[in-house]
Write a new protein. Structure first.
Length: 425
């Protein structure tokens, strides 16, 4: 890979002279420079959903902890099924979930009424479903010989004490939390939340709710990025608001963020124009950039680097470009900072339902809706808009984005693609 560009105090040309790299290389370089948080904290299991596990967890007890019935029925001993059926058993009592079974069950020829989850008495080795039993005044009639272990959940068949349950870097889903709860854990050790700073650059920006002045536009990126980050349980956001297109102001804001944040995400000011001062502001702080130009549309001028130990992600100002570069390049690196073991986007097979001409050598990401399914149940994608980096409406209506590979010159209906779905609000 190409090494990082160390910025000088007055450096403002790094973005214009850099070699263009592929999306895959850009994302890999971003993940490679991400320094994972190390500090941990104990949190209650009830508050741990989505947090990042700090250490491997091993089982302290078997699951299930004892042999128990998987059905309502009758517990029996296979040794009592001599000869040919049907067999008549004496009724030997009952045991329900949460009760202790008899210490010394009656002698041979006894069937014990048992309910789902109840512990299996010692010596009993099968449970016959109640639908396959006939209760009479004399006892219980069973017509078919059960198999050994039939309808029995054996101790440790799910989890053995000492086995590794989860690994460091796992995101704690509700299902994983249930597994920990099965061990009786009330707390779990997780990595602390990643502190993500947000800065919107641009003298032309105005916050929502305020009147627009001449030549101003509303700051849509601030709302979009905060909304995306608000749904991430392992992250906390520090919003530094809008900073004007002045190098000194930007350098001061970046320096402030570097003293508090693990990651800084900015929008705007990363192109090569005379009013794009993000790179030179980074130079004031001794920053270094590993990604300066990417062969992608939208989002070519995205910048990824570091200020000290803080990861820096400078996204383009156009909202479509900001969204795409955040999801495809910045977010995997931010996941790596969070200590997650799995950082990459999830792409699903799909098929094009549209025709489109593109430039070879550039990966494109286009907003799409699912228009149906093909004979293989793959989603058929309809393209929205024409890929403008400033588009708001196409992204708002999209179900997700399709990746158009760099080596493609044209897309025709029926062409296999990959699709990344947007989260459902």
């Amino acid at each position: 890979m190409v090494s990082a560009v160390a910025l000088k105090n007055d450096d403002c040309k790094a973005g214009t002279e850099a070699r263009v790299i592929s999306v895959d290389i850009a994302a890999a370089k971003a993940v490679a420079i991400a320094a994972a948080v190390r500090e941990t904290e104990q949190v209650a299991l009830f508050d741990a959903a989505g947090r990042v596990l700090a250490k491997d967890v091993r089982a302290s007890i078997d699951l299930p902890p004892f042999d128990n019935s998987a059905m309502d029925g009758y517990a029996v001993r296979l040794a009592d099924f001599a000869g040919t059926g049907p067999w008549t058993f004496r009724f030997g009592g009952r045991v329900a979930a949460g009760e202790c079974p008899p210490d010394n069950p009656a002698a041979t020829g006894v069937a014990l009424r048992i309910f789902t989850g109840a512990p299996l008495p010692s010596g009993f080795d099968a449970v016959v479903m109640q639908e396959h039993c006939e209760r009479t005044n004399e006892g219980v009639i069973i017509h078919g010989r059960p198999r050994f272990g039939e309808n029995v959940r054996h101790a440790g068949e799910d989890v053995r004490a000492g086995n590794r349950l989860l690994v460091a870097g796992d995101a704690l889903s509700p299902q994983k939390l249930a597994l920990l709860a099965g061990q009786g854990l009330a707390e779990v050790e997780v990595l602390r939340k990643v502190r993500i700073g947000l800065i919107s650059t641009g003298t032309e920006l105005q916050d929502v709710g305020e009147p627009l002045g001449r030549g101003q536009i509303y700051n849509t990126n601030r709302v979009m990025l905060r909304a995306m980050l608000s749904g991430i349980p392992w992250a906390e956001t520090i919003d530094y608001g809008i900073v004007a297109d002045r190098r000194d102001d930007l350098a001061a804001a970046f320096g402030k963020a570097a003293r508090s944040c693990d990651v800084l995400v900015t929008t705007g000011g990363v192109s090569a124009g005379e009013e794009d001062h993000v790179v030179s502001a980074l130079g004031r702080l001794g920053g270094a950039l590993d990604v300066l130009k990417v062969a992608m549309r939208p989002g070519k001028p995205v910048k990824i680097g570091v200020i000290g130990s803080m990861l820096f992600a400078g996204l383009p100002g156009n909202p479509n470009a900001a969204l795409i570069t955040f999801r495809q390049i910045a977010l995997p690196a931010i996941r790596a900072v969070a200590g997650l073991a799995h950082v990459w986007p999830h792409w699903s097979p799909a098929v094009a339902g549209f025709a489109y001409e593109k430039r070879v050598g550039r990966t494109e990401f286009v907003p799409v809706k699912i228009a149906g399914r093909d004979e293989f149940e793959r989603p058929v994608l309809e393209m929205l808009g024409r890929g403008s980096s400033a588009s708001l409406s196409a992204m708002a209506l999209a179900d997700g984005i399709a990746l158009l590979a760099a080596d493609l010159a044209s897309i025709e209906p029926g062409l296999p693609l990959v699709f990344e779905a947007f989260p459902v609000a």
